[in-house]
Structures are given as C-alpha cells and as structure tokens.
Design a binder for this molecule. Structure first.
Ligand SMILES: Cc1ncc(COP(=O)(O)O)c(C=O)c1O
Length: 313
C-alpha cells in the first residue's frame, strides 16, 4: 500500500491536506468507537478510472449512519460526486476509497448526541488483500471468537466498533498460521470472515448465510448473487452448519478487499482436492472480467471518473 501524502482529503465538503485530516484524542469516536465507514474500490478500466458500485456503497454508509442516529448533512449523490471529484483531483487509481462518518470532539461521555458528526473521504493506492498467492486459494480456520450477536452490535451497519470483533478473529487466524478466520454466529452457524462474506458450493448450488446470521450485507456478495443468477447457478440463502465447510465442493470469500478469493482449506481439511473449483472459477471469470473492463458492465456497476488531461510543456 502506497500512501501519497500530497493527496487531499475531503472533509465536510472541503478539501484539506492529508496531514490535516485528524481528530482530537477526546473525540467521541476515539473513546467509544462511534464511526461508520465504507471501503470502495476504484478500478482502472481501459476507458479510465471507475468506482465500483459507488451508489450502493454510499447507500450502505447512510444506512449505517441511520442505524446509529447519525445525521449526515450530505445526500448519496453528493457523496458519490465528492468521491468522483477527489479521485480526479488526487489522480490516484486504481485505488481504495475510505468514506467515514464519525462523532467528533464535543461532549466527553458515552452519550453521543452532543458530539458533531464529521464526514471524511480519503483515497489511496491498495493491492491484493489476502496476499499475492491468493489466486490458488487461501488456508483458513474457524475462529474461536463468535461473530457479534443480533441485538448487540448491529451487523448490518458497517461500524468501526464491529471491527474490534473482526480484529480478534483476524489476529487469532494469523498467529495460528492462517490467512483468515471464519466466524460462527451465536448459534454456531457460519457467519462470515473478519472482512468478507462467505459462499459454499455443494452439489451444484451456491449457498450463503442470510443477513440474520450476523453478516454484513456485502456489495460484492450482492454482485456474486447477480452473477450467479446470470449464469443460472442455483442460489440458496440458508443457515450453514460449520461441518458444511469441511464437506463442501467449493468455498470462497467475497469482499471489496478480497474480491473473490477461493478457500483451499478450512481447519487444515482441504476443500475437495484443494484446487479452485469450477463454479468459483466461473464467477471469478465474470467478476474479474467486469472489473478489468474485458467484459461489459451489464449491470451498470461503474461510476466513471472524468479525467482532465494534463498538458506537459
Ligand atoms: C465483516 C465484513 N463482511 C463482509 C464484507 C464484504 O462487504 P463488501 O463486499 O461490501 O466489501 C466486509 C467488507 O467490507 C466486511 O468487513
């Protein structure tokens, strides 16, 4: 990951310097985790930079804010336009875009209602998330940590605080030699990875956990469901018992960071023969075809970033 510290950051409608994009140590967010955010990719298509599913991501950001009673002063269209402008200005693509809504410096104490809502958007260069060998599939474990339970921290909100749970899952996995951990929900059913949704293929059908199993409503998850529908692959949203992971024909993660990454083994039990399976490959072919610009953007997933030509003299 390369950070360009000359890049600008969007803050409450203004562009500020990278080093000025800061919050006070007593800001509400620092003490109580009060932020909601997004992770979005801007790809480099042959036609120029384009943001993947910008509207859906910003809608999820506003939904997350609504769940936490955070009033955002900007509409979805304004925030999408802000991302487009920022990328054009910073001239960094492909890139990762991080919009964040947080409760800033106001009243110190748990009551969040007297701290100002601040909105930041930053973008930076970012490569593959689950490692450069991820094309062959990754080795993962089932975490000893349970995913956040319903009616505790809402899983449908992409809130900073949720990622304390994700960090426990991720650290345990890495320290035990795995690339990622899969969390079970409070009833022991498969939920998701620390930062990805999960799919299982069994007897030709594609299975994924419903939102009620404490999963984030992933934008990539939705893209996988649309691609599978296009390919005529039967989709079943159902509760998945842990042991299904061990007898699955194929397992893969989906996420903005991980994109579509095959899982090669779970708890050292290889998924089938350990090779990336045919349904995963078919979905990857479609997904990577669209994001590389070699296949048409059938579903209008891209918001294109107009690029001003720089004239060298
Ligand atoms: C916990 C969790 N689940 C799932 C996902 C995948 O969501 P998306 O495809 O929208 O990136 C993410 C990534 O944002 C995540 O952090």
């Amino acid at each position: 990951m390369a950070i360009d510290e000359n890049a600008k950051v969007w803050h409450n409608g203004r562009l500020i310097r990278w080093k000025d994009a800061t919050v006070h140590v007593l800001a509400h967010v620092v003490n109580y985790g009060s932020s909601v955010f997004e992770g979005i990719r801007c790809y480099k298509l042959p036609s120029g930079p384009a943001i993947f599913r910008a509207n859906e991501h910003i809608q999820r950001l506003l939904d997350s804010a609504k769940i936490y009673r955070m009033d955002v002063d900007y509409t979805r269209d304004e925030l999408v336009a802000a991302m487009v402008d920022l990328i054009g200005l910073n001239r960094i693509w492909p890139c990762y875009i991080r919009p964040i809504v947080l409760r800033g410096y106001g009243q110190v104490g748990v009551n969040p209602l007297n701290s100002p809502i601040e909105v930041f958007i930053a973008n930076y260069e970012w490569g593959k998330y689950l490692g450069s060998d991820a094309d062959q599939g990754v080795d993962v474990c089932v975490s000893s940590w349970t995913r956040i339970a319903p009616n505790t921290l809402p899983a449908m909100a992409k809130a900073g605080a949720n990622y304390m749970n994700s960090q426990l899952i991720k650290m345990e996995a890495i320290l035990n030699g795995y690339v990622e951990g899969i969390a079970l929900d409070m009833n022991g059913y498969v939920s998701e990875g620390s930062g990805e949704n999960l799919f299982v293929v069994r007897n030709g059908s594609l299975l994924t956990a419903p939102l009620g199993n404490s999963v984030l409503p992933g934008i990539t998850r939705d893209s996988v469901l649309q691609i599978s529908h296009d390919l005529g692959i039967p989709i079943v949203e159902q509760m998945i018992p842990r042991e299904m992971l061990y007898i699955a024909d194929e397992v893969f993660f989906s996420g903005t960071a991980a994109e579509i990454t095959a899982v090669r083994s779970v708890d050292k039990i290889s998924v089938k023969n350990g090779a990336v399976g045919p349904i995963t490959k078919a979905i990857q072919r479609e997904f990577y075809g669209v994001i590389n610009g070699t296949l048409p953007d059938r579903h209008n997933w891209f918001t294109h970033v107009p690029v001003k030509q720089t004239v060298s003299v």
